[in-house]
Design a protein around this ligand. Structure first.
Ligand code: FES
Length: 178
């Protein structure tokens, strides 16, 4: 009985060398070594295509979330006429759970801060007549114009909201320092 050598390549019917063979014969080999080579090549192609599709998908998701973030970060708080000196305005930014306070300091100066105390997150209460925010939980006090801690346990300033006035309206555009 003759032993079959699986590594041996057949001679093609036209007698030409491997490199001279038409593409279809290279893509559909009948010998094991050539078949493994084609399988490896196809598998590599498959891996590259899958990786490219995966990377493209990731970039698309990143791009979409960047656009959504841009849209969400530009929030109209109120028109300038609605904000009165000595009457802080409560609004939410950047999410509906994040309460913030808009303060009119003088005729054309506005500031806004997160209402969450930087000690243990109790909501601070504005006291414009005293020029401060008071945190009732542990008597923390912050400056109403800068948000800096003045008294009590808080050591960090309140998170400030960057504002922009456009066409007679006040917009929150981002969180300063975050
Ligand atoms: S939570 Fe505001 S001072 Fe403690």
């Amino acid at each position: 009985m003759t032993k079959i050598d699986y590594q041996e390549l057949s001679v093609s019917p036209d007698g030409k060398t491997e490199s001279e063979q038409p593409v279809w014969r290279k893509d559909f080999p009948i010998d094991w070594p050539s078949d493994s080579y084609v399988a490896r090549r196809e598998f590599t192609k498959f891996l590259i295509l899958i990786s490219m599709a995966f990377s493209t998908g990731q970039f698309w998701i990143l791009f979409k979330s960047f656009l959504q973030q841009e849209e969400a970060s530009f929030y109209r708080i109120a028109s300038v006429d609605e904000v009165v000196m000595g009457k802080p305005l409560l609004f939410s930014y950047p999410t509906p759970q994040d309460k913030c306070l808009l303060i009119k300091l003088d005729s054309d100066r506005y500031v806004a801060f997160s209402q969450a105390c930087t000690h243990l997150s109790c909501p601070v209460i504005p006291e414009p007549e005293k020029g401060r925010f008071l945190c009732p939980c542990h008597q923390g006090v912050f400056d109403i114009a800068t948000g800096s801690p003045i008294a009590g346990p808080p050591r960090r300033p309140l998170t400030q909201i960057k504002l922009e006035i456009r066409d007679g309206a006040i917009y929150a555009t981002s969180l300063i320092g975050i």
